[in-house]
Each structure stands twice: as structure tokens, then as C-alpha cells.
Design a protein around this ligand. Structure first.
Ligand code: MN
Length: 247
């Protein structure tokens, strides 16, 4: 049966050796065997610009370019890899999506997002998000030398790790009902589409009622990849299925 695969929050880097291997094994399995692969953000733990020529980036580019010759890959930005751009897409054959997108698969509709925009209680992060999505801010960052950008990425990562340790998985960084409703009101329909996102590292299936039309919809939160394990969601004519992954 044909199916489409969704992943998010792999946070790949040259340090995530086990996860890189797990992802490459997935590519081996999926290449030519699925209809499409959607990466819903935070594919990479950090992205300093498409000109990054580290060995890790070169290796993943080569593997992705091979994969996309057989199977399309769609990518939308996360809060770590929002600088990933057209040059990387051109070199690998992946297709960049806007931050929210509605798709129809096997006769049902889905709304896709990274999920960071749904965490409306985290006002400090939402302020940074607004700034970091500004094209002028991005141009200014990308104009800095590569070495400086690598340093900056390390600092941002460090601050983010500290916040996580200090706050744990607090309510601050989870999707809110208001955030979910604000997104889905733009997709109100009968039947309602299903929302798929990542970011919160709290894999689950939630049921909501759309405040615009009173109709129910499901929200699938993708599993993050960590240590030697990850997961993905597949969509086929029967709907959405979760799959854990481990080395
Ligand atoms: Mn994220």
C-alpha cells in the first residue's frame, strides 16, 4: 500500500553519530518505497548557512541528493534550521515548504507545521521567532563570516539547552489550545483536516474541537529523535500510524 512518511526533530549534527546512522538506514529503507518524505523542521540541530562545507553536511547532501532522485522530500523549517535555504534545496533536490501547509493525501486533508508557532505561552521565544523570521535579520546573519556564524549557533544552542535544563518540559514550551485554534481557524472545513507537527518533544495524539465550526479534529505530535532512538508517522488511505525507531 502506498504511504507517505513524516519526521521532525531529528536534530542531526556531526555529534549525533547514532541518529545519523539511524536516519541513513531509514533513507535506505524508504528510497523508492514510499510516496514522499516530509521533514517537519529541526532536521538539523543547528544551521549556519547553506555554505557550511563540513564533512557531515557534505555527506548528508550526497545521500539526500541520491534519495530525491527516487522519492520526493519536502521540508519546512524548525526553530533550529530556519536558515536552511534555496541553495541546499537545489543541491539536494529537497523542496522547501512554507511554515504551514495544507496537503491532501489519499483522500484526506492534513495541515503541517513545525509546531513552535503553537507554543504561544512562551513569549520570549515568540519574540525571537518574529525577529529570526525577518528576511532582513536573516540576511544580516548570513552576511557574517562562516566561523562567526558557527560560534553564534553554538551560543544559541547553549542558551536553549540551559533553558531546557532550568525549566524541564514545562507548560511554557508546549502547544497551547489558543495556538492550535489560531492555526486551525484558517483551515476550518467539513470534515476538519488533521494537524501534524513536532517541536514539543511530546509525541501524542490529541483531540480538539475547532472553535470556528464546532467540528472535531486530531492533532498528531511527532516523536523527537534522541540518543539512539527516534520515530516517524506514516499516512496512508487508513489514516495516521506511529512507528518507533531504534538502532
Ligand atoms: Mn523545534
Amino acid at each position: 500500500m502506498s504511504r507517505t512518511v513524516f519526521v521532525a526533530d531529528l536534530h542531526l549534527s556531526e555529534e549525533s553519530v547514532a541518529l545519523n546512522r539511524l536516519f541513513e538506514r531509514c533513507l535506505d529503507t524508504w528510497q523508492g518505497q514510499i510516496d514522499a518524505l516530509y521533514v517537519l523542521g529541526d532536521f538539523f540541530d543547528a544551521w549556519v548557512g547553506d555554505d557550511d562545507d563540513s564533512e557531515f553536511i557534505r555527506r548528508i547532501k550526497t545521500r539526500l541528493a541520491e534519495f530525491t532522485r527516487h522519492t520526493p522530500v519536502y521540508f519546512l523549517h524548525g526553530n533550529r534550521d530556519f536558515l536552511l535555504g534555496a541553495q541546499f534545496a537545489q543541491e539536494t533536490g529537497i523542496r522547501l515548504l512554507p511554515e504551514t501547509v495544507a496537503v491532501e493525501l489519499y483522500g484526506r486533508r492534513y495541515v503541517l507545521a513545525h509546531g513552535d508557532s503553537l507554543c504561544t505561552d512562551d513569549t520570549a521565544y515568540q519574540a525571537f521567532r518574529l525577529q529570526s523570521h525577518n528576511p532582513l535579520w536573516q540576511q544580516a546573519v548570513l552576511a557574517k563570516p562562516l566561523a562567526e556564524r558557527r560560534l553564534l549557533a553554538g551560543q544559541i544552542r547553549h542558551i536553549s539547552e540551559q533553558r531546557k535544563t532550568a525549566e524541564g518540559k514545562s507548560e511554557m514550551s508546549d502547544a497551547t489550545e489558543d495556538g492550535v485554534q489560531a492555526l486551525m481557524q484558517h483551515h476550518a472545513a467539513d470534515p476538519m483536516p488533521t494537524l501534524i507537527h513536532g517541536h514539543t518533544h511530546r509525541p501524542a495524539v490529541h483531540e480538539h474541537i475547532c472553535q470556528t465550526n464546532g467540528l472535531p479534529f486530531a492533532r498528531h505530535v511527532l516523536q523527537d529523535w534522541y540518543g539512539e532512538a527516534g520515530g516517524y508517522v506514516s499516512v496512508d488511505a487508513d489514516g495516521v500510524h506511529s512507528h518507533p525507531l531504534a538502532l
